[in-house]
Write a protein that binds this ligand. Sequence first.
Ligand SMILES: *[C@@H]1O[C@H](CO)[C@@H](O)[C@H](O)[C@H]1NC(C)=O
Ligand SMILES: *[C@@H]1O[C@H](CO)[C@@H](O)[C@H](O)[C@H]1NC(C)=O
Ligand SMILES: *[C@@H]1O[C@H](CO)[C@@H](O)[C@H](O)[C@H]1NC(C)=O
Length: 267
Amino acid sequence: MALSILLLLLGLFLVVEPLSVAAQTANISLGSSLTASQDSSAWQSPSGTFAFGFRRIADQDLFLLAIWYDKIPDKSIVWYANGDNPAPKGSKLELTTDGQLTLTGPRSQEIWKPESVLSGRVAYAVMLDTGNFVLANNNADYLWQSFKDLKDTVLPTQVLEIGEKLNSRQTANSYSQGRFQLQLKSDGRLVLYPIALPTEFAYQPYYQSNTSDAVDEMNSGYQLSFNESGYLNVVRRNGNIDKLINKMSMSCTFLISLSQLFDYARL
Ligand SMILES: *[C@@H]1O[C@H](CO)[C@@H](O)[C@H](O)[C@H]1NC(C)=O
Ligand SMILES: *[C@@H]1O[C@H](CO)[C@@H](O)[C@H](O)[C@H]1NC(C)=O
Ligand SMILES: *[C@@H]1O[C@H](CO)[C@@H](O)[C@H](O)[C@H]1NC(C)=O
């Protein structure tokens, strides 16, 4: 089975959309906040392609802090912060005056905060047109970015390094970790396999790329890149590139209607 179809069936997915070339940014300044409610506002990317904010989880009075495609009717969620710990109505996301990003509940209890923030002083946040939400310092260095907090989706321009992995979500409306993982292994293979929870014991893979070379390490993969043209590539240490999915098969897959596939294929 083609990798693209497998990914869709397993609820791990890739999204391609022509990227706009807008270079301007809309900085979110320290002291800004969002409140979880049915009609809460969101922080949009400059072209309005992506938005960052609260999304109500279907049939519940709970909210997900998320990034979604804002320009398509079903507003597909491409990243979420608090999948295991949905936020009650009235929760607050704040970019504090001292540069912390915090999500707290109505009784001020901590619900989520970003992990692995690099040291330095956060000066502002930005929802970029690539779909990456970043915390940056005054030199525009990223101290934290959603692209490095992988969930179940990769977007064009996103790169996975060795050891990084995507996890499927549990069901269409449950955003805790599901039973499928896609990982770039240390030997350079991209592997898709089911796991046991909560141990993450890996079962027999459904798919593995032929991008490991035990004899010549330089000929092994070290990055998975989903590029602007919609190709999913494994890049080898010697610079060679293996195309795993090309634009043609992606577009065909997308004509089959992503959302319908999700509805019956998520596990
Ligand atoms: C965003 O903030 C950075 C750093 O302070 C600054 O260089 C940049 O000009 C700001 N962009 C906008 C559109 O305000
Ligand atoms: C994997 O790649 C190697 C080197 O390119 C090739 O010799 C081998 O036949 C490939 N194996 C499979 C199963 O495609
Ligand atoms: C994306 O990858 C494909 C296949 O490797 C390559 O032909 C194409 O030039 C790449 N596009 C960009 C924008 O890098």
